[in-house]
Design a binder for this molecule. Structure first.
Ligand SMILES: C[S@@+](CC[C@H](N)C(=O)[O-])C[C@H]1O[C@@H](n2cnc3c(N)ncnc32)[C@H](O)[C@@H]1O
Length: 497
């Protein structure tokens, strides 16, 4: 990746709705893409070094099929990390960071399988780049978990200054433990909030919450108790939330996977309400919000909803494809595909063809992300058989009993043969899916049409849906077409435009 490849030019009030499929370091170091002191708020939710690869979920009949990792949540030590560490050692401002990394390397030892020091080198490099792009009045929220939050806090102290540490926010949620637990059930994340300087945005009125019923008694005229004095607090205004943000009935702080109509299947998706509170508190309408590890775009969704401008970056084409579709689906009344600029994500049929020729697997990821499909059955780094499934679309037909159904997505960058169309039908039966979608280029569609089963299924709407259907890349991009399935719920949510 060459420097300054993204020539957006100066960030003015027009710059908005930009997605990059790239390592955030490349974008953050590109001064034409994101000029210095141009961003009001950064929220980042990087991989935690939690020793796990996050897999996209799909439970079909075939339990042997393995989903692809959406991303690998580990960082390794290599030449690049050594070079960065040497650079840190020689700079007066970064020497302390090198010392912290040295401490981290001693904690686990050099032979540890997962290198905390490698994680910190990578995070330090990116956090320094983030500081460059933040306005002097800006804020940064780093979302992490107990795995490395204590190291990250020191890193942030060095980069942003201890005096600028505004809050440690603890987001608490509930969830089942596992049998025979020998410790407490870990169910919280930590969010470190730093400002850049001593002036920052905090919209306390925008984030006030209702008082608890018990506390309300203390506001009754003539009653003095629990330290409250009559008239000192205005009951109608509510209170500024504490630094612990618990999941409570109806407040939207349950993990996203437990929230109906919100979860789109991304393994580490965060709750929308959480991001809304952060963005409302620390930015104003029209401000620019940046998420350098945007995943499936919860922050960009919240920013769009709240009238902030946004930039999202994710190393995975799959993620940025999902984000684009998520935003377009949720704001379809006011946005069309041209309103979102995506870099590193192919946007024209020619660019998609070029991607398909260059990297078959990346093409599959792009296609699945574009239609909002979950789950792909290649393991990264292997070219093994994918059992005819590149992705899975979930939908809910209008029928009783209400039950989620699946469509298998098969992506073909080259020739589609009559056999491959028939094989898709076999796969649909094998996985007990309701439908199969073949995504290919327009010049292959005739083969799909000639060889596909003409069987249809229907629901209470009496619309006929083809069991096997083709969808061309050209139709997806030029005519914004999607697979013909009832209630493609996953990315629909509420239209909040
Ligand atoms: C924990 S997830 C973020 C989830 C997100 N907050 C959401 O609600 O969907 C971390 C994301 O960082 C991305 N990622 C990992 N390394 C990256 C890098 N170097 N640059 C940009 N994105 C990266 C992963 O692909 C993954 O989507």
């Amino acid at each position: 990746m060459t420097k300054n490849q993204y020539k957006i030019g100066t960030i003015d009030n027009e710059v908005n709705r930009i997605l990059y499929a790239d390592d955030c370091l490349n974008v953050l170091n590109d001064r034409l893409a994101i000029p210095s002191e141009s961003v009001d708020l950064i929220y980042l939710d990087p991989p935690f070094n939690s020793k796990s690869d996050y897999n996209l979920p799909f439970k079909g009949k075939d339990k042997t099929a393995k989903p692809v990792a959406a991303f690998e949540d580990t960082w390794q030590w290599g030449d690049a990390q050594s070079a960065v560490l040497e650079r840190f050692k020689s700079g007066p401002a970064t020497r302390t960071i090198a010392q912290l990394i040295d401490v981290a390397s001693r904690v686990d030892g050099p032979n540890a399988k997962f290198r905390l020091d490698a994680y910190l080198v990578n995070m330090a490099e990116r956090l320094i780049a983030m500081r460059r792009v933040l306005k002097p009045t800006g804020s940064i929220y780093l979302h992490c978990d107990p795995t490395a939050s204590h190291y990250l806090k020191i890193l942030m102290d060095v980069i942003f200054g201890r005096a600028n540490y505004r809050n440690e926010i603890v987001w608490c949620y509930t969830g089942p433990g596992s049998p025979g637990m020998r410790q407490f059930n870990r169910k919280h994340d930590t969010i470190h909030w730093y400002s850049v300087g001593d002036t920052w945005t905090f919209n306390s009125d925008a984030v006030r919450i209702g008082h608890h019923e018990k506390t309300k008694d203390n506001f009754k005229p003539g009653l003095r108790g629990s330290g409250f004095v009559d008239g000192q607090y205005d009951l109608a205004e509510g209170k500024v939330p504490e630094t612990w943000w618990p999941q409570e009935k109806g407040n939207g702080f349950a993990i996203a996977a437990r929230q109906k109509g919100q979860y789109i299947g991304y393994p580490t998706q965060k709750p929308l309400a959480l991001l809304e509170r952060i963005i409302q508190a620390s930015s104003n309408p029209g401000d620019l919000v940046l998420d350098p590890f945007c995943g499936c775009g919860t922050s960009t969704h919240a920013a769009e909803k709240l009238g902030r401008r946004w930039i999202g970056i994710d190393i995975s084409r799959f993620a940025t494809g999902l984000v684009k579709r998520r935003i377009l689906t949720n704001f379809k009344l006011r946005l069309d595909p041209n309103d979102i600029s995506a870099f590193g994500v192919p946007e024209t049929p020619d660019q998609v063809r070029e991607l398909a020729n260059r990297d078959k697997f990346e093409f599959e990821k792009w296609a699945c992300g574009h239609v909002g499909a979950e789950g792909m059955f290649h393991q990264p780094g292997t070219k093994g058989p994918d059992k005819g499934v590149d992705g899975v679309l979930k939908f809910i037909p209008m029928e009783k009993p209400i039950k989620e159904q699946y469509a298998i997505v098969q992506v073909k960058g080259g020739n589609v043969t009559p056999d491959s169309v028939r094989a898709l039908e076999t796969t649909v039966r094998r996985f007990d899916a309701k439908a199969g979608v073949m995504i290919c280029f327009a010049n292959q569609m005739q083969t799909v049409e000639n060889n596909r089963s003409k069987e249809t299924f229907t629901d209470m709407t009496q619309i006929d849906y083809p069991v096997i259907q083709g969808l061309s890349v050209e139709d997806m991009l030029l005519r914004d077409k999607m697979p013909k399935l009832p209630n493609l719920m996953k990315l629909a949510g509420k239209t909040s435009a």
